[in-house]
Design a protein around this ligand. Sequence first.
Ligand code: PHE
Length: 348
Amino acid sequence: MPESIPSLSQFLDELSAIEREAAPEIAAARSADALEAVRVRYVGRKSGRLSPLSGMVARMSATDRPAAGQAFNAAHTRVQEQLAAHAARIQAAATSSAPAVDLTMPGRAVWRGARHPVTIVIDEIADIFRELGFTIALGPEAESEWYNFTALNFPPDHPALDMHDTLYLDGGALLRTHTSPVQIRTLQRYPPPVRVLVPGNVYRRDVFDASHAPMFAQIEGLAVDEGVSFVDLKATLTHFARRFFGSATTRFRPSFFPFTEPSAEMDVECQICRGSGCATCKMVGWVEILGCGMVHPSVLESAGLDAERYTGWAFGMGPGRVAQQRYNIPILRELYDGDVRVLGALGQ
Ligand code: PHE
């Protein structure tokens, strides 16, 4: 059956309809492969949308044929040009050195971390004592009973040795309950004059409350020389408190430790309530920050020193308590819970 001769207007309508469909498909192609598929669909020689139209031109009446042919060629060329232009755009995007990110976008904040408030306080305390001629000494956290208790003049039946207060390890070792064993270790190694500051963690079978934790930091101080007296102790610790807390008032109360005689505790006026009484200072207006005293002669002898010739003083401070006061942290536990929202806000 002979195919009917299409009219010129029908032909032109169909031609422009195909061209209109091609344009958005060309523009939407995101890769060379996708663009090639569009090319085959529209101008592919055998099955492209435009190829039946070129057959139509041949069948048209002699009067319409030139106009139809011209229109066809022009449309075909335009589609080819659009394909070429978009191919160039795809190529340019692929090889462009321009970053594919929007540099004007605000950056994402990066959590940089902060020093722990207790660490900050330890460093500050160390700086103050360093100015006074103290050096830093460290000791093991797993200790023997001899260094932790016996050499420090604890009697064998002292309640601190009880399983309820001390964490014992397999094989007879224990987790040191204070930094005082480093007094012995230091005196065994270095002859007087000795002035050391010993920061470290200590362990006790305590449950967490507002002012207790099973693991906490301590700073030991020890000064041993000829002619050292309680005056040196009191003057040094008072100087420290003035430097560290500024105008804070301090007081010394008599106390007892097996390894010092006489012994005392130093309180600072509670910085949280300024002495008027709050939960942190248990309504007394004062907070105990350290125990201290003159080194007991039998401690010097345990370390092999002549207790007739040498005297010394020592203290054990709780930098957690100090940090609580400095940073206004009513609950001690917050310092040891590791919550970055708390620690990051306090740290520097
Ligand atoms: N070791 C004592 C404690 O943990 C503190 C202290 C140290 C007291 C040095 C006197 C001298 O409580």
